[in-house]
Design a protein. Structure first.
Length: 174
């Protein structure tokens, strides 16, 4: 969300981040998931703890390292990584991921990877074009296109595109 700094002031960006994260958290809980927050931000950590969530400290070497660190703490159990910037996420969309056996990749609208479900370690490779890197690393993964899970808000273009759809006008209100 740092890429939104040129579009939204810090206070509104913080509100947007918290609102989106709350949507994802609520959808995860409604889907029956045990939600864990990975962050290096003290305010986010306090917010998550106040909500009764477990927090894993981000080691500070990028999103792939943070995801690997969190997954390594889980051992060989099934897990689902869901980015916290999905404005249209629902419990039923997450249940659709859960219902599929094996590795599941949900691509973002612009070539990233918004949701990954797997068991045990995973070769995370986030960044521009991550979906194709993730699929190349795990070619047996099921690809699940999802209108609800493909839309993310982390660039000014994403924010404008969501406003243009009329699906979530409250996200862009200042």
């Amino acid at each position: 969300m740092t890429r939104l700094r040129t579009t939204i002031d810090d206070d509104h960006r913080t509100d947007l981040i918290r609102m989106l994260a709350t949507l994802v958290l609520n959808a995860g809980r409604q889907a029956g998931l045990h939600v864990i927050v990975v962050t290096s931000d003290d305010a986010v950590s306090s917010w998550a703890i106040d909500l009764g969530l477990n927090v894993i400290t981000d080691p500070g070497h990028g999103l792939s390292a943070a995801a690997s660190h969190a997954v390594s703490s889980l051992g060989d159990t099934p897990w689902m990584l869901v980015h916290a910037d999905l404005p249209l996420v629902t419990a039923s969309a997450l249940r659709a991921v859960i219902a599929i056996e094996g590795t599941v990749l949900v691509p973002s609208m612009d070539g990233g990877t918004n949701v990954i479900a797997h068991r045990g370690p995973f070769p995370f490779a986030f960044g521009d074009g991550s979906f194709h890197r993730h699929l190349a690393a795990v070619p047996t993964a099921t690809v699940l296109p999802s209108a609800r899970l493909s839309i993310e808000i982390d660039t000014p273009q994403h924010l404008g595109g969501l406003a243009d759809t009329g699906l979530a006008p409250s996200l862009t209100a200042s």
